[in-house]
Design a protein around this ligand. Structure first.
Ligand code: SF4
Length: 333
């Protein structure tokens, strides 16, 4: 007897996505449920779509942990929540000079995007002053696009950032609406959606993704991918759970590499034109299969993920080159 899942025509799914007919929710779920024997066919479908919209370019981003370890929210995965016992560095917002220097280093690393991140519920007025001054200085001196990730924003704060020159604002949904209350209780999924809408309304692009492997179902992953499509997220970071000691999710097992690859393929096929970034947890979850992530994804972080280190810039560059991809350059505005 042929299992229904074995009847999926992955090439047909790619053809449709190339004509802007994205998979339905059932087909998206079928990608995640597919047999490992079909992994290369699934990746090939995602790669055709990636190639069409993004070529062989890999967009490199660098994160800056601008304020660390003092957040009063309670996201269960996060080592920067003040209630965790993770031992991460704790410091208040870095100076304008430090933030500008970070942008210079990111530019030296061929990054197209420099993302300043603060561990916080949302920015204070003083913090916004510092961030906006840093953004203005970076824009004057360094050819790099600027992203900020500062927690929850209201409309006025979003307008200030956009006016200062922030190109993109990051705020992840993290998971599905249904699963979100299991991950965080100090703010809601709707708070997050409102922030993303405020950023869009102010004229910034949005970077919005989530974390795979927090105990959510495959359906939750599909729901997240479709929610991001509805929000028209220009950039989707797909993180893979790297359980941090001292957090409520410290005992969650890591994912199998094939599960990560199927998730990336599903996000690509549901969001063909978005920048899909294989984000935190890349090395520890994908392990030897890591280069295959570049087939569905067209973006990476290099030089680590705020509180964890990656494999390093040199190895990232080698991986991109040896897999036959090229580092994207900044397109002049
Ligand atoms: S709001 Fe951000 S920094 Fe704070 S606990 Fe949640 S994920 Fe961590």
């Amino acid at each position: 007897m042929i299992n229904a899942k074995e009847k999926m025509n992955w090439a047909d799914m790619a053809d449709k996505a190339l004509s802007d007919v994205i998979p339905g929710r059932e087909d998206a779920l079928a990608i995640l449920e597919s047999n490992d024997d079909e992994l290369l066919a699934v990746l090939d479908a995602a790669f055709r779509v990636r190639l069409h919209y993004h070529g062989r370019e890999v967009r490199v981003h660098v994160l800056r942990n601008a304020k660390s370890g003092m957040c009063r929210e309670n996201c269960a995965f996060c080592s920067q929540a003040i209630g965790s016992y993770s031992g991460v560095n704790r410091y208040t917002l870095q100076s304008v000079e430090q933030l500008v220097e970070g942008a210079r280093e990111a530019h030296d690393r061929q990054a197209v995007k420099y993302c300043m991140v603060t561990a916080t519920r949302g920015p204070s007025d003083k913090e916004l002053d510092v961030i906006c001054e840093a953004v203005e200085r970076i824009k004057n001196d360094i050819p790099i696009e600027i992203c900020t990730s500062l927690g929850l924003l209201n409309d006025e704060q979003a307008v200030r950032l956009a006016r200062a020159g922030v190109h993109r604002f990051n705020h992840n949904l993290e998971t599905s609406r249904e699963y979100y209350p299991k991950v965080c209780q100090t703010h809601t999924y709707d708070d997050r959606v409102a922030t993303i809408r405020a950023a869009k309304k102010a004229g910034m692009e949005v970077c919005c993704g989530g974390i795979i492997g927090m105990g959510e179902s495959l359906q939750d992953r599909v729901d997240l991918a479709f929610a991001l499509r509805d929000l028209e997220a220009e950039s989707i970071p797909v993180n893979f759970m790297d359980p941090r000691p001292g957090t409520p999710l410290e005992d969650v097992p890591r994912l199998a590499p094939s599960e990560c690859l199927k998730a990336l393929a599903m996000f690509r096929l549901v969001n063909p034109q978005s920048e899909i970034r294989v984000a935190g947890g890349r090395e520890v979850n994908l392990r030897h299969m890591q280069p295959l992530a570049l087939y569905p994804a067209n973006s990476i972080f290099t030089e680590g993920y705020l509180t964890t280190t990656g494999q390093g810039y040199e190895r990232d560059m080698e991986m991109i080159k040896e897999a036959g991809f090229v580092v994207a350059e900044l397109t002049p505005a």
